[in-house]
Ligand binder design. Structure first.
Ligand code: SAM
Length: 257
């Protein structure tokens, strides 16, 4: 059994034991191969839209002798699964907007019927995924952040629950931050930074956001070269954002030290 990278190991960790899994955008089918070989999943679908990765997936599954328990399928997003065929859908290693569009299309086609858990790992645009989950009645049950090769990856576990809206309302209540800002502004911040990640801050969270602050400062320096009114407005917004993120980090640092 091949070892998974730290990022994929964190994704695998959030898959419920015993779940039949669809890994959408599976590339080399590393994750489904590991899930069934380790005994965590009885069956997995490796979905891929491109021929090259599809061939790589099929070759790996054959080499590992897993053809009976991992089905390699070509198709766009959730088109590769039948409604009710899997309990858990994993979508990892793509942008948040693409993940949300795959979920939109899958939901419209009834492919999320019977799915109890979504494990989503956007490379960017995590806020788009959290917003999608909120808007579609999925409860954000847990979040992880891991560092690999100098990059930070967030992994979101969502559950299909009857009282998702009530649980999400409590989860996205920003009062625990103790910051005096409009509620919508703070809710947007939780969607951006992750409500579980902010409640359990660790070195990875600080590492990611200190790096993001550096990037935002560098955007500010570029904008400062322009003297258009739009640039001035953009600069004000960015400065406000930097200040707020800085305040959140300072308050989390104080609580966790
Ligand atoms: N999931 C693996 C991981 O996390 O290591 C592979 C990530 S790889 C960067 C993204 C993969 O998603 C590529 O192999 C790409 O072909 C596939 N992909 C992109 N859009 C897709 C779609 N709409 N349906 C299925 N696969 C897709």
């Amino acid at each position: 059994m091949r070892a998974l990278s730290r990022r994929l190991a964190a994704v695998a960790d959030l898959v419920p034991p015993g779940a039949r899994v669809a890994d959408i955008g599976s590339d080399h089918a590393l994750l489904p191969a590991w899930l069934v070989s380790s005994g965590k999943s009885p069956f997995a679908v490796a979905g891929e839209v491109r021929d090259g990765p599809l061939k790589a997936s099929a070759a790996r599954i054959e080499a590992d002798g897993l053809q009976d328990v991992v089905s390699v399928r070509k198709g766009d997003g959730l088109a590769v699964v039948a409604p009710g065929e899997v309990d858990c859908v994993v979508i990892a290693g793509m942008g948040g907007a693409l993940i949300a569009s795959i979920l939109d299309a899958g939901e419209a086609a009834g492919k999320l019927h019977g799915v109890r858990t979504l494990v989503l790992q956007p490379n960017v645009g995590e806020d788009i995924v959290r917003r999608w989950l909120l808007d579609h009645g999925w409860h954000l049950a847990s979040e992880r952040i891991v560092e690999e090769d100098g990059r930070w990856y967030e992994i979101l576990e969502a559950r299909s629950l009857k009282d998702a809206d009530r649980l999400n309302a409590a989860l996205y209540d920003p009062s625990f931050l103790g910051l005096d800002r409009p509620a919508e502004r703070l809710e947007a911040l939780l969607i951006r930074m992750g409500p579980w990640l902010l409640r359990h801050p660790d070195d990875c969270l600080f590492g990611k956001w200190l790096s993001e602050l550096d990037k935002l400062e560098s955007v500010c320096r570029q904008i400062e070269r322009s003297d258009s009114p739009e640039a001035a407005k953009k600069l004000r917004d960015l400065r406000e954002e930097i200040e707020l993120i800085g305040e959140v980090l300072a308050c989390l640092q104080a609580v966790s030290s």
